[in-house]
Write a protein that binds this ligand. Structure first.
Ligand code: SAH
Length: 235
């Protein structure tokens, strides 16, 4: 009985590895399945977002030990206690920005650089800030190697934004903040959008804010789970 179980288990592993072989065609097929089953089958309808998600090689952004799970429907560890978001969440946040193609965008929380790469396919310029110097360095190098020339990466506390490059057409935070950092709103152009997970005492919700003069019109898009934004926003 035990032997049969062991044989079945070994067989399942072999199957899994066969399905997850590393050649380029297989990655492309996994990506196409991800777009179809995890994004289009839910509520991702923006064709440009679907195309970008089908294009960006997510497996290049995860550590080697996680590669075979790169196109699965969940977040993955990327080192330094941080995570790359679930593909659906990346697509949803990107869709909520309602991008046309000519924008200049700021991202807070570069992490692996994956979200920045998706944005880079969709807009003119991406500025992205990462608190952890190690992650910033490796994301910068990865994006350069993969040919993403319209992304600038900086290490620092995203709470302060990137004033020299402001105003931005849109801002995206991929770490949960207890409130919308005011400096980010200052660096948003009038009519621009900010998308971020807000930490409401343990529960998080994804919100979009549209800047209208001195006002930020905030709308909720349901519960999410992100790593916390650290640094000045917590003081
Ligand atoms: N967008 C990333 C996932 C980010 S996880 C990707 O596509 O891979 C959130 C990231 O935010 C982490 O890497 C974390 O180190 C970073 N972070 C947390 N607080 C920050 C802050 N105040 N400023 C900039 N980055 C921050």
């Amino acid at each position: 009985m035990l032997l049969v179980f062991l044989l079945l288990a070994v067989n399942a592993c072999v199957d899994r590895n066969a399905r997850r072989s590393n050649d380029a065609d297989d990655w492309a097929a996994q990506r196409a399945r991800m777009v179809r089953d995890q994004l289009a089958a839910r509520d991702i309808t923006d064709e440009r977002v679907l195309a970008a998600m089908g294009d960006v090689k997510r497996h290049e952004f995860v550590p080697p030990a996680q590669r075979s799970y790169a196109y699965d429907d969940h977040p993955l560890p990327i080192g330094n206690g941080q995570t790359i978001s679930q593909p659906y969440v990346v697509a949803l946040m990107t869709q909520l920005l309602k991008l046309q193609g000519n924008e200049k965008i700021l991202e807070i929380g570069t992490g692996s650089g994956y979200q920045a790469a998706v944005l880079a396919r969709l807009v003119k310029e991406v500025y992205t800030i990462e608190l952890e110097p190690d992650l910033a360095t490796s994301a910068k190098e990865r994006l350069r190697q993969l040919g993403y020339e319209n992304v600038r990466v900086r290490s620092g506390d995203g709470f302060f934004g990137w004033p020299e490059a402001a105003p931005f057409d849109a801002i995206l935070c991929t770490a949960a903040a207890p409130r919308v950092p005011e400096k980010l709103v200052d660096q948003l152009r009038d009519g621009g959008r900010i998308v971020l997970p807000l930490d409401r005492g343990g529960e998080q919700e994804l919100v979009t804010g549209i800047k209208r003069g001195d006002d930020l019109r905030v709308r909720s898009h349901g519960p999410v789970l992100f790593v916390p934004m650290r640094g000045k926003v917590r003081e």
